[in-house]
Design a protein around this ligand. Sequence first.
Ligand code: HEM
Length: 424
Amino acid sequence: MATDGVPVGTGEAPAGDGAARCPMHLGDAFGNMPYPAYKEMQEAGPVHPVTLRDGSEAYIVTRYDDVRACYGDLRLSSSLDDAPKPKGAGSMAAPPVGGLVLRRDEVSGHMMINQDPPTHTRLRKLVVPSFSARRVNAMEPHILDIAQAVLAGFAGRDGADLIEEYAKPLPVRVQSALLGVSPDKHEEFTHGMDELTGGSTVEAAQRGLDLIKRLLAEQIEDKRSHPAEDLLTTLVQVAEEEGRMEEIELLATAIQVMLAGYFGIQSMIGNCVYWLLKHPGKKEELLADPSRMPAAMDEIFRFDGPQQPGSNRYATEDIEVGGAVIPKGSLVILSVSAANRDPRKFADPDVLDFGRANADEHVAFGGGIHYCVGSRLALKVVGLATLSLFQACPGTRLAVPDRELTWELRTPFRGLRSLPVLLR
Ligand code: HEM
């Protein structure tokens, strides 16, 4: 990629006044197939300037070792207080969502993902027990029931859109079960998520977020009088113990868990099913021996994990990355998906290889202190959903050629807009 004199990799700042750079637009075309662009950026240097859909500028880090090092560098802050003011019309600083930059509000500023220590440490400790191996394993029968219930709707049908009819309803039900959201709210939550990710305007996305916020606030109120064995009740009880969690942090945590889980799982069910349909031999091997699923999942998350382009950080001082310097005050994107295709780390990175020895070293779930708290649950849900689908409908195959499929960037996740299949 021509960098127009941008001094990436030279030890000088890769920034300038904007005129002397060749930023990449992380818009729709990029969302459809980002990997060639990542490769060009990786080869061009350790750091590359990019422009988000709303015009905000950022620096993207794409090489595996650099991404790992940046995750461990606390001078790269997650706090919105350190975020640059975006260029998007009228918006205040907030992390980019689907290439849009939402208004920073009283809630987003309190999400753990937007915090540095010590606040981050305190908030994270309160939710980690709810994602233990024991808790996640205990959810397995329930996840299977949810998958079976959705799949029952496919009986006798010739075809389906697996995003709209499978990948979408599943996570909203799993997340609701985890949090303790009442089933009669599923439809409204789905509507809020759709608006949030419709991605057309900042206003529509903000409306969606406001709806989700209101629904969760109502559910939290309900838990005060009707406690149950769920994450919302745990958080309500923790908030009632003085000093452990403020009310606003409780709402922010609930929203973050709902959103992260919903979009991540939705995108990844689509990716996982799609790639197995493209590799029918591998799909058959997994169906014959489901004990190979965990290793296969690591490789699929490495190969095409949903977080795109990556995690956001804000440089609190000039930061040297692989010999280039990112200037203080910049928005920095740590591209987990580029890192997962870095040939310096993974041999033949563009090949899906279930025998890859180091597949579990992927960074699809991030790294450092913000490493995905729900990774265990995500792997469980995506794995069970994929196997359940192919067991129930073994004849599933793509109904359209690849050129008719569209991938889109939603929130920080990329996924298929639709996945039309023939079921028999
Ligand atoms: C396919 C699914 C998922 C992927 C690829 C994914 C990916 C990630 C990544 C890359 C991060 C780090 C972000 C950063 O460093 O800024 C993260 C953080 C987080 N994820 Fe996930 N995630 C997924 C599913 C889930 C699920 C199911 C939940 C919860 C139910 C969840 C909850 C969280 C939370 C709370 C954080 C913030 C952790 C912190 O700030 O300490 N994620 N996720």
